[in-house]
Design a protein around this ligand. Structure first.
Ligand SMILES: Cc1ncc(COP(=O)(O)O)c(C=O)c1O
Length: 386
């Protein structure tokens, strides 16, 4: 069997840096204590690691204070906290057709149960949103803009700062889904002008599954109701949920093994020249797009190599369903990809890829040029067999 070529990094990154495995193992064996709930040495060290992770995350997103970083369990959890915690009956939301089901499904639920209305602004054939569409969709009841920073289908980077300026001008709340960008693309909450930034810890940040974060900008907690209440290890004599951050939104024991692993992932990124890494991934993406261009029967979707884009490439090969193609790549070349809708159903109408979707190849921090060459060779082989 050829070695595993993992090109499903948009789902979760793999492998993780060695220090991530070691940190999780060390925590589990040596510390094993809850965070923020004890005074013995292991509990204090655990708390120190969790605080360090919070500080690193705050710096990583350009945050004003570490307490504004809320630990969640994945990107979906962060997005749900904002959508359920902010929206009230009668509110109107403007979002885009490029969103993940982690935004679309809570909005659908809230439409059915809380009378929330949503406008989905379109994208062009390359998956790009026009910020002016957000302005055109405004209504008197509009309360929130929600926009994905980078698409998990096409890799397109959206004009999040421009949309943020419209939100600020109109006095609206603004949620940015940075699931695909954090760790791969510069993210700074201040120029983005967002009130809430949601992201997983297990993709570009290289932490384990079960980690996520929500950054709550200065004062934005005022509009965000906690969705869960419970023990925080603070003010335990009171049965009311603490108002202070991050306790207001962090009830129950945290996923400490995951957070300790995420801390190690962030340490790895701190020791990496991230602009060099971004250029390396852009070069690999350019090579992949160039290798797929002009292959008979191969259609590639999304922005061209020179546009702002992530190392996420969607394609189809004529005569093959995406699932069939993914199974073939795996069986013959051990190339692990993703086929279908990628949890973004509204995107495929815009791209003309409904109902089957696309095959997605997503590169990550450990993808090599050999991996990309193997993918090009395999798809060339499949395309020439039709
Ligand atoms: C754009 C986007 N938003 C949200 C999510 C949800 O993240 P998670 O899998 O951590 O819940 C994903 C995951 O693929 C995504 O690509």
């Amino acid at each position: 069997m050829p070695p595993r070529i993992y090109l499903d990094n948009a789902a979760t990154s793999w492998p993780k840096p060695e220090r991530v495995y070691r940190a999780v193992d060390d925590y589990q064996r040596r510390l094993g204590a809850p965070a923020g709930r004890g005074t013995y040495a292991e509990a204090s060290e655990t708390e120190r690691l969790v605080s360090s992770c919070r500080q690193r995350l705050s710096r990583f997103v350009g945050g004003s204070e570490p307490r504004r970083v809320i630990f969640t369990y994945n990107g979906t959890d962060s997005l749900n906290l904002v959508l359920h915690g902010v929206l009230r009956p009668g509110d109107h939301v403007v979002t885009s057709v490029c969103e993940h089901n982690s935004v679309l499904r809570p909005l659908r639920f809230l439409a059915e149960h809380r009378g929330i209305e949503t406008t989905y602004v379109p994208c062009d054939s390359r998956g790009q949103v026009d910020p002016d569409q957000f302005r055109q969709a405004l209504r008197p009841a509009t309360r929130l803009f929600a926009l994905v920073h980078g698409s998990n289908v096409t890799g397109a980077i959206q004009p999040v700062a421009e949309v943020g300026r419209i939100a600020a001008e109109q006095g609206l709340l603004y949620l940015v889904d940075a699931a695909q960008t954090l760790g791969y693309w510069p993210v700074d909450v201040k120029p983005l002008g967002c009130h809430y930034l949601a992201a997983p810890g297990h993709k570009g940040l290289l932490g384990p599954l079960g980690t996520g974060l929500l950054y709550v900008a200065d004062g934005a907690e005022e509009y965000l109701q906690p969705q869960r209440q419970g023990g925080t290890g603070t003010r335990s004599d009171e049965d009311v949920q603490p108002a202070s951050l991050p306790d207001r939104y962090e009830s129950g024991n945290l996923n400490v093994p995951g957070i300790v692993g995420l801390e190690a992932g962030l340490t790895h990124l701190a020791e990496t020249d991230l602009s060099h890494e971004a250029a390396r991934l852009a070069e690999l993406t350019r090579a992949l797009l160039a290798g797929l261009a002009d292959l008979p029967g191969v259609t590639v979707y999304g922005p061209p190599a020179e546009a702002p884009r992530l190392p996420v490439v969607s394609l189809n090969v004529a005569g093959f369903a995406p699932q069939e193609l993914a199974a073939l790549l795996d069986a013959q070349w051990s190339i692990q990809s993703r086929a279908g809708i990628h949890c973004a159903p509204r995107m495929h109408a815009a791209l003309g890829t409904a109902p089957q979707g696309t095959l997605r190849l997503s590169l990550g921090h450990f993808t090599t040029s050999d991996d990309v060459s193997a993918a090009i060779a395999a798809i060339t082989d499949v395309a020439s067999s039709t």
